[in-house]
Design a protein around this ligand. Sequence first.
Ligand code: NAP
Length: 295
Amino acid sequence: MTAKLISGSEIARQIREELKEETARLKEKYNVAPGLVTILVGQNPASMSYVTAKQKTSKELGFHSIQENQPETMTEGELLALIDRYNRDSQIHGILVQLPLPKHINETKVLYAIDPKKDVDGFHPVNVGKMVIGEADYLPCTPAGIQQLLIRSGVKTDGAEVVIVGRSNIVGKPIANILLQKQRGANATVTICHTGTKDMAFHTRRADILIVAAGKPKAITADMVQEGAVVIDVGVNRIGMTPEGKARLCGDVDFETVKEKASLITPVPGGVGPMTITMLMMNTVKAAKIAAGVE
Ligand code: NAP
């Protein structure tokens, strides 16, 4: 069997079209434009490119978007004051602070300072708690993107054995929580593997849906995958440069061998990656609707 590709690029494009229409409707009917501020402290090149991509997408969708470029020398107090200003700005519905922050700033303190109603990254403990009890307003973006990939590819999660490799707070734990909810697009039996797992292949071979977020190139090989499994590769590993000077990427799954065994598989790049920014936009539209009291 050769797996069909799940194209995150194509699914993200469809969702962005829907969000563009929704944004136009909000403006026309309720005079509300989803407002997003992205805050960048310093000049980390990867962070700069992520923030630029987020700004570009939000503008394409018709958002009211502001980019705050702050110097590396910004103090924690100044950043907290800036967040407070946007917490009180009624035109801004989503606040995104790009991580990592410079070492002299406490990231936890900063993330906790964002009004949970404007926490479109879904990292505030209030939103993490709501996700765990199945009452989320905002799901964290990468896990939300994975769930959308499954739903929109027609993958049945109800009753499925889902095995997740990785237990980080931004991918592994939240996707586990999302998929075990007694809800549409979820209701799976979930197992999480990590470096303390005794026999990882024993678990991964049982997976109807295998989600890998380990940050280890080609950690999952064909012998670890059940025939016909759906494989979602979250990993983004830089493994050198292309002749054009761009980073050469690979996932956590040995794509060439695993695609011969899986039924559906996400590529890297072009799989989970494009969904993350799209889900940030979806959360911002939702935040604008909640703020405006629109169903
Ligand atoms: P992380 O914080 O480093 O967590 C990695 C997790 O994988 C940890 O729980 C670790 O276990 C586990 N792990 C590592 N090696 C393992 C192994 N050999 N066997 C079993 N478990 C193993 O990473 P992350 O932030 O979740 O990111 C994971 C990957 O996804 C990275 O490549 C990252 O770049 C990518 N990512 C992509 C997107 C996107 O938008 N496409 C977004 C976020 C992350 P322990 O807890 O025991 O250490």
